[in-house]
Design a protein around this ligand. Sequence first.
Ligand code: ADE
Length: 225
Amino acid sequence: MRIDIITVLPELLDSPLNHSIVKRAKDKGLVEIYVHNLRDFSDDKHLRVDDYAFGGTAGMVIKCEPVFKAIEHLTLQRPYDEIIYTSPDGERLNQHIANTMSLKQNIIILCGHYKGIDHRIRESLITREISIGDYVLTGGELAAAIITDTVVRLIPGVLSDEQSALSDCFQDNLLSPPVYTRPAEFRGMTIPEVLLSGHAAKIADWEFEQSLERTRLLRPDLLEE
Ligand code: ADE
């Protein structure tokens, strides 16, 4: 899989894309991630990529010209399955969207910034708008990092134990069961007996019951879905 991220603040993506599981996936050759600075596609002598909004709305708006140039530069080289724009008014990211996205070959993520982007970009280039939640970030870089992280860990072969993605929280619209590690007793607090039984089927039943119970209690909306 290949992910191209277009941003005015490439530095913001340095750390999330170069550590932990995303780094391991890149090192294993399972994903290629390229971060492009939108300013490199500006014709402006000061490399400006934004301008005042028509109609007097406060705040700066990303211009058409550098974004069209950046996206055309990429799409001329290979086909893209999805051109995503990060925006609070997009569809809310969830595990189902991440699963779907992890099966794609090539995707572009355009990070929003300032007051937004010229609407003509959204109408003619963007195929999907994604929000990471009902709150407003300063820019789309953190959203792009989150989308990338959640998608990359689902690419087959990225996690050392494939099971661990299958048993993820939300994978079946259920929250994860509680987990414990040694010691079995800490400051008088013990762990559920069944986990020490060595009986795989009983443990699986217990985990499922716990998942169901926690989902009922904490996220009943998931069960309604
Ligand atoms: N840009 C600003 N806020 C955002 C959000 N909640 N999700 C995605 N992109 C954003």
